[in-house]
Design a protein around this ligand. Structure first.
Ligand SMILES: Nc1ncnc2c1ncn2[C@@H]1O[C@H](COP(=O)(O)OP(=O)(O)OP(=O)(O)O)[C@@H](O)[C@H]1O
Ligand SMILES: [Mg+2]
Length: 593
């Protein structure tokens, strides 16, 4: 209550009026008192002046002898009850009261003026020195305040004949002042009451709209956004109301837009073909759409339940953002799923988690298997007839009685069957890798020797195209831990590509170095390069950049795919960078030993 604007407002008003009234009151009372006392003083002076002017004997005669006359003179003046006049003269060098208007005085008894309790000795002494003097005596006789005034009366020779001493009771003056004071006090009290009432209503007119806005804002905080305030004025408070109404309108608009978006997302979420899961950074399930619930056999009360991500082969560390994104493949209940996951988060990372999408790839997976089966079976079936054709054509070629045309035909048959045989070998090797039945026997192989062996195999090709080979192999290079045949195939595939896809008189650089873990071999050429659009596809089986030209060169499009699969199955890696028209670099890494 004491903290409310209303209370503060009333208090400030109250204090302001109180201070003003007190200052003004004090000033008025003071002035009134001064003016009243001045009025009394001037009346007293007038009385004494008149007595002096009308009674010439006062300046000429000895006052002691004129005692009775002086008594008559000063009592003849119609002075008020509250005033008293004393005539004082020097008798035997002592100021003595000769006469007075006071009933209490015995005029026949000469009394020392200095010891009279109603008179001020210092005024008397001062007057006998020739000075007019006056003073206010506070709390004199009967505790009353009085004005005292003395006037010396001079003879014509300048000698002081005596002094007139007048006192005037100021109780009337102070009565007036007191009355004025009480009137002012009442006025102040009335002003304070009126001020408090007015202050209450003014404060109310300010605080009431603020209270209304506060009440409506708290209703908004509870979720009811249909709040409006009535704007009754055009001032700052009115502006506040306008702004509040504008705010609620905009909020309503934004919220309905968000709700619409949410509803759209919900529909997408519930009816999409893919399964979607959302998991927070405590690995608790937050959302799962119907498909995801079906895939993972989740019941209705899945929310906020702990979810073991390792079941999906997902291993994340919420402190490392890069670990929150990736993809994998998984088999659940005889169905195959491609799983993609990515993080969701607030800008300040206070809320973090991952969204996982399940894509059913069972059909593709089965088709792929069927295709692989088919290729493997066909290759297998073709292997024997092709070998027969090859053997017979070679046997026939060995005969001496053949005419040149027969030799030419037989050579074509032999070459083509060689190509077919190579293709079938490639295909069989790929299906072995696919089915995991490809056996690799890891052994320690001298890196330099492995490269030399591959170059020996390709010597004829290199000579035919007049390429320059630059070999840059570290002296202390480590051995490679790999399968001898597979390593040879990888190197031959990669180096033969460099030879094939570089115009005659090209430069092929083969460099090799090692660290404690790996042996790195790079094969760089300054050949035709690979266009950017094809770079992602060249590892696909049978993919060739310019089909017609590659075929001319005897390529099948399997080389890179085999090389990469073999390298990976030996624990290594293969990467390719190329600039069209400039050249290609292939980077191989193998385990070192
Ligand atoms: N060093 C290279 N320079 C330019 N293009 C290349 C290079 N290496 C590969 N390519 C391109 O990539 C395609 C795929 O290469 P890959 O080795 O898989 O097949 P291929 O050489 O055509 O046939 P294969 O190696 O089975 O005889 C090639 O057809 C070729 O167009
Ligand atoms: Mg090749």
């Amino acid at each position: 209550m004491f903290n409310s604007i209303r209370f503060r407002f009333i208090s400030i008003y109250f204090l302001l009026v109180l201070i003003c009234m007190t200052i003004v009151g004090a000033f008025i009372i003071n002035r009134l008192e001064v003016v009243q006392i001045q009025r009394v003083t001037s009346q007293m002076k007038q009385s004494l002046d008149s007595i002096e002017n009308t009674s010439a004997y006062l300046s000429n005669e000895d006052w002691q002898s004129k005692k009775d006359e002086i008594y008559r003179t000063i009592n003849a003046w119609q002075i008020s009850q509250s005033d008293t006049i004393y005539a004082i003269a020097m008798v035997d060098n002592k100021p003595v009261i000769i006469s007075s208007t006071s009933n209490a005085e015995n005029i026949n008894t000469a009394r020392s003026a200095l010891t009279h309790k109603a008179l001020q000795p210092n005024l008397i002494l001062n007057a006998f020195k020739g000075n007019e003097d006056e003073t206010i005596v506070i709390g004199g006789i009967d505790e009353l305040n009085a004005k005292h005034l003395v006037k010396p009366i001079f003879s014509s020779s300048g000698h002081i004949q005596g002094i007139l001493y007048m006192t005037s009771n100021l109780s009337e003056v102070y009565d007036v002042v007191d009355k004025a004071r009480s009137i002012l006090t009442y006025a102040t009290l009335i002003a304070l009451v009126i001020t408090s009432i007015l202050g209450y209503f003014i404060a109310k007119s300010i605080t009431e709209p603020i209270r209304t806005v506060t009440k409506k804002a708290s209703l908004m905080a509870k979720g009811d956004f249909n709040q409006r305030v009535d704007v009754k004025s055009n001032d700052e408070i009115g502006n506040l109301g306008h702004m509040f109404n504008y705010l609620t309108k905009e909020l309503n608009k934004t919220i309905s837009q968000t709700e619409l978006e949410k509803s759209k997302l919900n529909t997408i979420f519930n009816y999409m073909a893919e399964g979607v899961l959302a998991i927070n950074n405590e690995n608790k399930l937050i959302h799962a759409n119907p498909i995801a619930r079906k895939i993972l056999n989740l019941d209705e009360n899945f929310e906020n339940r702990f979810f073991d991500l390792s079941k999906l082969n997902i291993f994340v560390d919420y402190a490392k953002l890069e670990s929150l994104e990736g993809e994998s493949e998984l088999e659940i209940d005889n169905k195959f799923y491609k799983i993609k996951y990515a993080p969701y988060r607030l800008e300040n990372y206070s809320d973090l988690g991952i969204i996982i999408v399940f894509q059913d790839i069972t059909k593709e997976h089965n088709l792929d298997n069927m295709r692989k089966d088919f290729v493997a079976n066909v290759s297998h079936e073709l292997k024997t007839p092709i070998t027969s054709i090859k053997t017979y054509s070679e046997t026939l070629l060995d005969q001496s009685n053949l005419n040149p045309q027969e030799i030419k035909f037989l050579e074509v048959i032999n070459n083509e069957s060689n190509r077919m045989s190579n293709l079938v070998t490639d295909l069989l090797q790929l299906s072995d890798i696919d089915y995991g039945s490809y056996k690799i026997k890891k052994e320690s192989i001298d890196t330099y020797e492995a490269i030399s062996l591959a170059l020996d195999h390709l010597d004829l090709l290199i000579r035919n195209k007049h390429h320059k080979i630059i070999l840059d192999v570290d002296m202390d290079i480590k051995n490679i831990l790999a399968d001898m045949d597979s390593l040879d195939r990888v190197l031959i595939n990669i180096i033969s590509n460099a030879i094939k896809y570089t115009k005659p008189f090209g430069v092929i650089k083969i460099a090799a170095h090692s660290d404690f873990k790996n042996v790195y071999i790079s094969v760089s050429d300054n050949g035709i390069g690979i266009p950017k659009k094809d770079l992602d596809l060249i590892f696909e089986r049978f993919y060739r950049v310019e089909k017609s030209r590659s075929r001319e060169m005897g390529g099948t499009g399997l080389g890179l795919s085999i090389a990469r699969d073999l390298t990976k199955s030996m624990g290594g890696d293969l990467k390719l960078e190329s600039k069209f028209g400039i050249g290609t670099d292939v980077y191989l890494s193998f385990l070192a030993i």
